[in-house]
Write a protein that binds this ligand. Structure first.
Ligand code: SF4
Length: 402
């Protein structure tokens, strides 16, 4: 097994979980965004952190104790986590890990170029945060403006330079493609500029129109020109080819990494291993005290409702509903297909039994015959063609198991 496949193998044990903390504050809302985020509410960040820590303590007391499983990765996502000042971040991290952060744990913070500064980077490092995910999205000022981002390409350059100057080894750059009026050539220029920084990890997402966003309204009014399907396919081609030439291995539909730099935290989701999300709108999948196949729960997406839940002590995890074996199987199967290396059939059989796996393989035979999926010796994965239309393909695959 090489370093990348070891990264991807999944932990396979149940004595550990990933921790996600949602920090939903942004300076301004971007025009395409449907994440749980709030603009202009910096004044409530400190009290929000108190609520998050309260929730975390309740989770630990009720779900985790006395099993005391290990936190294998932590991810501070948003929103714009880099909007928090040093005192707020320190309060949060010390509250999450009162005994200190295990230095072997991957610990990521998301940052946006306009709010990153050397003093924050030093603070993160001193607290045990060891990975930065920088939301650049584009190096074209015109595209950034259309997206409603508040940073410029110059600020993105400066933030990346800062990360390198401060000696960060593990960092990721987020790009988007399929942007309004973007041509394949324009995306290639963005990509070339991103790859020139030699980040060890790259995430590249195709813009989608999320219901309720200003972009949807603009599209309905005919004022948003998105690239056609053929142009998007050309962008995907150039993304895959140039990333590979730059030494970045595609390990998931939208994620590329050098050896040893895949994102352990996100792999937890794709392997359907346990994760706990705290904060407004955070989702969790947990096994202990949750039935043999685990349970999902989701926090309210509204700040006031989240606060009320905290005041009443009626945390969402208290109303969790256990998954059935079939539901857990389908989730493992569908999330596993996002990984380019696919799903290990033997692991699937060990977890869910030979019969269920055989039934699924029978049901996907037409998709295999049509060249969307392939079944190997111990692997089931999408073909290159299937990976390109993964979301549509996943809808095809959702079927009832007997
Ligand atoms: S910065 Fe991120 S979370 Fe905030 S509005 Fe923009 S896309 Fe959404």
């Amino acid at each position: 097994m090489n370093a990348v496949s070891t990264d991807l193998a999944g932990r396979g044990d149940t004595e550990s979980f990933a921790l996600y903390v949602h920090l939903p504050f942004c300076k301004r809302r971007c025009a395409y965004c449907d994440f749980v985020s709030f603009a202009g509410m910096e004044g409530v960040i400190s009290s929000y952190i108190e609520l998050v820590l309260k929730e975390w303590r309740a989770v630990k007391d009720l779900l985790i104790s006395p099993a005391s499983p290990k936190v294998t990765s932590c991810y501070l996502g948003g929103g714009t986590p880099s909007l928090l000042n040093e005192i707020q971040i320190e309060t949060l991290v010390k509250g999450l890990f009162p005994g200190g952060v295990d230095s072997s744990m991957e610990f990521t913070i998301e940052a946006n170029p306009e709010s990153l500064m050397p003093s924050k980077l030093r603070c993160y490092k001193s607290l045990g945060i060891n990975r930065i995910s920088l939301g650049v999205q584009s190096f074209s000022d015109e595209s950034l403006q259309k997206l409603g981002r508040i940073h410029t390409s110059r600020q993105a350059d400066m933030a990346i330079q800062m990360i390198c100057d401060e000696g960060w080894e593990n960092w990721s750059l987020d790009l988007m493609y399929g942007l309004p009026d973007q041509t394949p050539g324009a995306f290639e220029r963005d990509l070339d500029r991103a790859l020139a920084f030699e980040s060890p990890h790259l995430s590249a997402y195709c813009l989608t129109l999320a219901p309720g966003t200003p972009f949807v309204k603009l599209a309905e009014e005919g004022r948003l020109q998105l690239p056609k399907e053929q142009a998007i396919l050309e962008m995907m081609d150039v993304l895959e080819e140039k990333s590979a030439l730059a030494g970045l291995f595609q390990y998931e539909t939208s994620n590329f990494a050098r050896e040893g730099f895949t994102c352990a935290h996100n792999l937890t989701y794709w392997h359907l291993e346990p994760y706990v999300g705290v904060g407004v709108g955070a989702v969790s999948y947990f096994v202990w005290n949750s039935g043999p196949w685990g349970a999902h729960w989701e926090n309210p997406t509204d700040l006031q409702a989240y606060g009320k839940m905290a005041r009443d002590g009626s945390w969402a995890f208290m109303n969790r509903k256990g998954l059935t074996r079939k539901e857990a199987f389908m989730e493992t199967f569908l999330t596993g297909l996002r990984l380019t290396q696919g799903i290990e059939v033997s692991r699937l059989k060990a977890r869910f039994g030979e019969e269920m796996v055989a039934e699924v393989i029978r049901k996907i035979t037409p998709l295999v015959e049509d060249g969307w999926l392939e079944v190997g010796k111990d692997v089931l994965r999408t073909t290159r063609r299937g990976g390109r239309v993964l979301d549509a393909l996943l809808l095809e695959i959702v079927f009832d198991l007997d």
